[in-house]
Design a protein around this ligand. Structure first.
Ligand code: ZN
Ligand code: ZN
Length: 270
């Protein structure tokens, strides 16, 4: 098995804990071939009418880049075979696209993960996002935001964790299946394919997207997938083997990893 992980958080994210050097050590111990750190850049957080019930701070990109460079230099010095890349998770917000264009241009990101976290001014991680709202409304708006995010006016490589809205949703049945919003899912999946982006297979909590949605992506001709543990603490390549087996069963033969400058590479799922 060749292990890759394209979505990982360090202490540079408000909700992350590990120094980058420790993440690299874990990657070497687990024998990863490819690792990208992708800390949170959430320009929408605390912008305009948006809210955060916690004291989450915006990332210090200079500090993040400096820490990444130091870890990369240490790897290079000892001739490590680990391919280590500099990434970012850009939390989409239609009102802050201009700020993303400017900020993303300031650093040489090898991989940009495009995520939707906000619905109606709240990160759906928090219960506030669901107050007095029906499931169909919040989930529908969440998927609409993903549709908008596909046309983000800046470069990105990966469409992250489709289904994140369900994570802390308060509904008795909080599942989000293809049949709930077939038109929206078709637009999203075909939109990813048409734009040449990669669909993220995210194992952080449960599997995102749900297997039936991954199957639809394959059926529509989607072959570009990215593996992301979305580790916030020592969980690199979580559930990798079982996930790889499920993907092979569907028909996928490789993960795509991103190397910066528009370059990408296929890693066999073997
Ligand atoms: Zn995320
Ligand atoms: Zn993440």
């Amino acid at each position: 098995m060749i292990y890759v992980d394209s979505h990982v958080h360090s202490r540079n994210s408000s909700d992350g804990r590990d120094p980058i050097a420790e993440i690299v050590r874990e990657a070497e111990e687990k024998g990863l071939a490819y690792l990208a750190t992708t800390d949170h850049l959430d320009l929408e957080l605390k912008y305009g009418d948006n809210h955060s019930p916690l004291k989450w701070k915006h990332i210090n990109l200079d500090a993040y880049y400096a820490e990444w460079q130091a870890a990369k230099a240490a790897l290079d010095e000892k001739g490590s075979p680990l391919e280590f890349r500099f990434g970012i998770e850009a939390g989409f917000g239609e009102n802050v696209c201009g700020r993303y264009i400017a900020t993303l241009a300031e650093y040489p990101f090898d991989v940009v993960v495009n995520s939707v976290h906000f619905v109606g001014g709240w990160d759906v991680y928090f219960p506030h996002a669901f107050l007095f709202k029906r499931k169909a409304k919040v989930y529908g708006e969440y998927l609409d935001n993903i549709i908008k995010s596909l046309d983000a006016p800046y470069h990105y490589d990966i469409v992250a964790h489709i289904g994140y809205v369900t994570r802390n949703a308060p509904y008795r049945d909080k599942s989000l299946g293809f049949a709930d919003f077939p038109d929206k899912f078709e637009r999203i999946l075909k939109g990813i394919i048409d734009r040449g982006k990669a669909l993220e297979i995210n194992t952080h909590t449960t599997l995102y997207p749900a297997v039936e949605i991954i199957e639809k992506y394959y059926e529509y001709g989607g072959r570009k997938i990215s593996f992301g543990s979305d580790s916030h603490h020592a969980e690199l390549c979580k559930d990798f083997d079982a996930t790889a087996a499920m993907l092979r069963e569907i028909g996928f033969t490789h993960f795509t990893v991103f190397e910066g400058g528009g370059k990408e590479k296929q890693i066999p799922i073997a």
